[in-house]
Design a protein around this ligand. Structure first.
Ligand SMILES: [Zn+2]
Length: 297
């Protein structure tokens, strides 16, 4: 009997392992019918939903990423891939669309991203099939609704935040990177509009989010809304630290090299990128009401 129970436990254990392995490589289940796909080696994460009428995918990244993701989708379901949704115009996110088009998907981007992509075709990027305008579009496929939100000129062009209202899951590209300081010199971000957008995102109704870049311990599993709040706080803390140095009398041109934020010392790229992050915030303040500017004295 003892031997039998042992065999039974072993069988259950083995079947659990088999179940976990049923997911294709680099794929994680975020909720029923909602998956994240990402290769920790390239650092880009996408998301896809398997609905009763087909698959909606978000973020093609590159032809290689897209091909591997299409393979993962086809391993999971026989349903057709109906849509590929682009988050914004940057080549490192919007490339690889042709792979999805060849798999039968319609490629969709916000009109601002669409217009730019049409005028600046990349070697691995195709012009989307459709564009949408305004601040909101809903795509319904089978039993799934995806809300597309355009929140303004926060990063790149046509930046779209995706929300699954029923599942309370968001897909957020570039605007939030859990556990990592801002990207290098913070290129193509509009700081003030970015902060305003983050406030709007923090008000949205979701619990989990898949982030295009993620330095959590388990990036494939995404993160939570807390990551959005942490990012808002980081930008505010950095600005606060810059102002504090200014008040202390530190030479403004030295501030980016002396500013420290120990609270974030464990975030990825803290040492390497914090000074560049600080330069960007400082120079944006220079163009605003910052008191060292001669005409503001
Ligand atoms: Zn970008």
């Amino acid at each position: 009997m003892k031997h039998f129970i042992g065999m039974l436990v072993m069988a259950l254990f083995t079947s659990n392992i088999a179940f976990a392995n049923d997911l294709p490589p680099n794929t994680a289940k975020i909720a029923p019918d909602v998956y994240s796909y990402g290769n920790p080696a390239n650092g880009y994460f996408s998301m896809f939903m398997v609905t009763t009428d087909g698959v909606i995918a978000i973020e093609s990244v590159s032809s290689q990423h897209a091909a591997d993701m299409v393979k993962a989708i086809k391993d999971l379901t026989d349903k057709p891939i109906r849509y590929l949704l682009h988050s914004h115009n940057h080549w490192d996110h919007a490339s690889g669309g042709k792979v999805f088009r060849d798999a039968g998907a319609t490629l969709i981007a916000h009109e601002e991203a669409y217009t730019w992509m049409k005028a600046n075709t990349g070697p691995d990027m195709v012009v989307p099939d459709e564009s949408w305008e305004g601040i909101r579009k809903d795509i319904t496929l089978g039993d799934t609704v995806v809300e597309l939100h355009y929140l303004g000129m926060n990063h790149g062009l046509g930046m779209t935040v995706f929300l699954l209202p029923k599942e309370k899951i968001a897909y957020i590209a570039d605007l939030v990177v859990p556990n990592r300081v801002m990207f290098n010199i913070v290129p193509d971000f509009n700081i003030k509009e970015w902060e305003r957008s983050l406030k709007v995102i923090a008000q949205m109704d979701f619990d989990k989010a898949v982030y295009s870049h993620n330095n959590n311990a388990t990036p494939l599993l995404g993160g939570t809304k807390q990551d959005v709040k942490n990012y808002m706080e980081f930008i505010q803390d950095l600005r606060g630290a810059i102002f504090a140095e200014f008040k202390k009398g530190t030479n403004p041109m030295m501030i980016p090299t002396v500013v420290q934020l120990p609270k974030y010392k464990d975030w990825a790229m803290y040492k390497e990128w914090l000074p560049m992050n600080a330069w960007r915030i400082l120079l944006d303040e220079w163009m605003g009401p910052f008191p060292w500017r001669p005409d503001n004295k």
